[in-house]
Design a protein around this ligand. Structure first.
Ligand code: G4P
Length: 532
C-alpha cells in the first residue's frame, strides 16, 4: 500500500449531529479523552457552558482561540486518525453548521433517550441525507429514565425513513441502568458508576459465547438477564441485520446506547467508527470525480471564520483536502482567480492546540489565513481547473431587513454586505421593487454577529428590522417566460441574491405551498450550488 493509501485508509472525518442539550459537548469531551487530548476536553466543556451564557457571547468570540481550535478536532484512536468537525448549535447555529456536513465522510447522530428525534437533529439529518452521509446513532443519557428502546428505534425508522439495527442493547434504564450488550461483538459491557474510572479510559467488555452464555448470569440478576435475552431476541427478529454497504449508502444506521456523562458506551462507539465508518470518499467535481488516493493535492473551502483579529480583517478558510499529500510551503492553484496561492502558514487542528500543518492527507482539514480571497466552495489544486460540486447554500430560515443607522452610508453598506455574502456569512438579498437589503440566516444570533462585524470591520452602524417574510426559495424554470410571469405576478416578493439569482420570499409555509401548487412549472429550491 502506498503512503497515501495507508494514510487515507486510517482517516475518519466526521461530525456529530444533534439537538442542543442531547449531549454533543459531553460526548466530544469523552471522545477526546480516548484520543488523549484531555486538556482540550476541559476547554470544550468550558465553552459549552459559556456558550449558553448569551451575554458572554461577544467575549467568547473575541477569544477566538478556543472557538477556532474546536471547529476541528483531530485525535488518534486505535489505528485511526479522527477529524471531528464541530457543527455549532445553540445560539450560534448558522449556515456553517449545515455546510460542515459537506466536508465529512460520516456522522454520529446523538439522541437524548428521553426526547428522541428533535427539530435540529431532523434538519441536520436532511442535509446528511442529501449527500448520503452514513450515520451511526448514539442514544445518550441511558442513566436517566427515557423512551423504551423499541419505541426509539421505531421513531428513527419512521420519522427519518432510515433502517435501524441495534449495535448494542441497553440493560435497564435510569437507576437500574447496568450497561449494554454489544450485539456485533457479543460482549457484555457493564457500567461503573465511579467517575474516577474515567481516567482509566477503558470499559472492559466481557466476551460471551452468545446470549445464552452463563457468564451473563453471574453479572446480572435473573430478571435483568431474562429481559436482556428476550429483548435482544425480539430486536434481532424485528430489525435488519447490520449490512455495511447499506450503512455506507446512508440507508441504515447502527444504534448504540450509552451515557456520555458516565463515559459509558463511548469506547464501543469509537470502535464501531474504526471498524465501519468510511475513510475519505471520492469527491465530485464538475469536470470529474476526484479519488482520495490521487497523488496531486486537491481540496475545497467549506467554511470561513472571520474576524479573528478585527484590526487585520484576516479570515481563516477551512479547507477539506480531497486527495494527495499536502505539505507546508507548497503553492496551490486557485481556479476561481487563476492565481497561485502560497500555503506557508497552514493550520492543522491537533486537539491540544492549533499547530502549523507540515503534512496532511485527504480527509484532513487545514486552515489557511487569508484576506478575503478565498470563498466558500473554492477549489485548490496543483494546477488543474476543478470545480467541486455538492457544496450548497441553504435557504435561510430567518429573514430581516438591514439598514444603516446613517442613510448616507447606505452605499457602503451594500459593499460590506456583498463581501459578507461572498464569504458565505449570510444570504444577502435585494428586493426588486423596494431595493431593500434583506439578510437571511439560519440561527438568530447571526444577526448580532453580522451587525457587530459590519460595525467593527466596515465602520457602518446598522440595525435590523423585521420583515413579513418567513421563508426563502431560489426559483427557476425550464421556460424563462414562465419564470418571468411568476416574478411579475409576485414582484413584491421577489429579490436577487449576490449572484443576481432570483429568490422568492414567502410570508408563510402555507403561502409557499400555494405558490408551488399554482406554479407547477417553477422550481422552488431550498439549496443552491455555490457559483464559483
Ligand atoms: P449539547 O452539547 O448537545 O448541547 O449537550 P451537553 O453535552 O452540553 O449536555 C447537555 C446537558 O446534558 C448537560 O447538563 C450534560 O451534563 C447533560 N448530559 C450529557 N450527557 C449525559 C448523560 O449521559 N447523562 C445525563 N444524565 N446527563 C447528560 P447541564 O446540567 O445542562 O450542564 P452541566 O452543568 O452538567 O454542564
Amino acid at each position: 500500500m502506498s503512503r497515501i493509501q495507508d494514510a487515507i485508509s486510517r482517516r475518519r472525518t466526521f461530525a456529530i449531529i444533534s439537538h442542543p442539550d442531547a449531549g454533543k459537548t459531553t460526548l466530544t469531551e469523552k471522545l477526546l479523552l480516548y484520543g488523549g487530548a484531555i486538556q482540550l476536553a476541559g476547554a470544550v466543556k468550558a465553552r459549552g457552558e459559556r456558550r449558553r451564557a448569551r451575554s458572554d457571547w461577544m467575549k467568547v468570540e473575541k477569544e477566538r482561540g478556543i472557538s477556532v481550535t474546536s471547529s476541528v478536532m483531530t485525535f488518534d484512536y486505535g489505528d485511526c486518525t479522527f477529524n471531528l468537525l464541530d457543527t455549532p448549535g445553540h445560539e450560534d447555529f448558522s449556515e456553517d453548521t449545515y455546510r460542515t456536513l459537506t466536508a465529512v465522510d460520516s456522522a454520529v447522530m446523538v439522541l437524548d433517550s428521553a426526547k428522541g428525534i428533535e427539530g435540529q437533529t431532523r434538519k441536520l439529518f436532511e442535509v446528511c441525507r442529501m449527500r448520503d452521509v452514513p450515520i451511526v446513532t448514539f442514544v445518550n443519557k441511558l442513566d436517566r429514565e427515557g423512551m423504551d428502546p423499541f419505541e426509539l428505534l421505531d421513531q428513527v425508522e419512521q420519522e427519518l425513513q432510515l433502517e435501524v439495527t441495534p449495535g448494542s442493547w441497553p440493560i435497564g434504564m435510569g437507576k437500574t441502568f447496568r450497561g449494554s450488550y454489544d450485539l456485533l461483538n457479543e460482549q457484555l459491557m457493564l457500567m461503573h458508576r465511579d467517575p474516577a474510572r474515567d481516567k482509566e479510559r477503558k470499559t472492559e467488555g466481557l466476551v460471551c459465547e452468545g446470549l445464552d452464555d452463563p457468564k451473563i448470569d453471574q453479572f446480572l440478576d435473573e430478571s435483568q438477564a431474562g429481559q436482556l435475552r428476550e429483548e435482544v431476541e425480539m430486536a434481532r427478529g424485528l430489525c435488519a441485520e447490520f449490512d455495511r454497504p447499506s450503512y455506507l449508502e446512508g440507508n441504515l444506521t447502527p444504534v448504540y446506547f450509552g451515557s456520555a456523562l458516565n463515559n459509558f458506551g463511548v469506547q464501543t462507539l469509537l470502535d464501531a467508527l474504526v471498524d465501519m465508518a468510511p475513510p475519505p470518499r471520492p469527491q465530485p467535481t464538475k469536470e470529474r470525480q476526484v479519488e482520495p488516493s490521487e497523488e496531486k493535492v486537491t481540496g475545497f473551502v467549506f467554511k470561513i471564520q472571520a474576524n479573528m483579529d478585527p484590526k487585520h480583517r484576516d479570515r481563516l478558510a477551512f479547507i477539506r483536502l480531497c486527495s494527495g499529500e499536502f505539505e507546508r510551503g507548497m503553492k496551490l492553484h486557485h481556479p476561481r482567480s487563476g492565481k497561485a496561492l502560497n500555503m506557508h502558514n497552514p493550520v492543522l487542528f491537533l486537539a491540544q492546540d492549533r499547530e502549523l500543518a507540515e503534512q496532511a492527507f485527504a480527509g484532513d482539514i487545514i486552515g489557511m489565513p487569508n484576506h478575503g480571497n478565498l470563498h466558500i466552495g473554492d477549489a485548490l489544486t496543483e494546477g488543474e481547473d476543478l470545480h467541486f460540486t455538492g457544496i450548497p447554500s441553504f435557504a435561510p430560515e430567518l429573514l430581516q431587513r438591514v439598514r444603516a443607522d446613517d442613510p448616507m452610508r447606505a452605499k457602503h453598506l451594500g459593499r460590506a454586505l456583498s463581501q459578507l455574502a461572498e464569504e458565505g456569512a449570510a444570504l444577502i438579498l435585494k428586493t426588486r421593487l423596494s431595493s431593500d437589503w434583506i439578510v437571511g440566516v439560519a440561527g438568530a444570533l447571526q444577526f448580532e454577529v453580522l451587525a457587530d462585524r459590519i460595525r467593527t470591520e466596515y465602520n457602518i452602524p446598522v440595525h435590523f428590522e423585521s420583515t413579513p417574510f418567513n421563508t426563502a426559495r431560489w426559483i427557476d424554470a425550464e421556460d424563462p417566460k414562465e419564470l418571468k410571469a411568476f416574478e411579475t405576478r409576485n414582484d413584491l416578493q421577489v429579490a436577487d441574491d449576490h449572484h443576481d439569482l432570483p429568490v422568492y420570499l414567502a410570508k408563510s409555509a402555507w403561502q409557499l405551498t400555494c405558490a408551488e401548487q399554482d406554479w407547477p412549472q417553477v422550481r422552488f429550491m431550498k439549496t443552491r450550488e455555490q457559483i464559483q
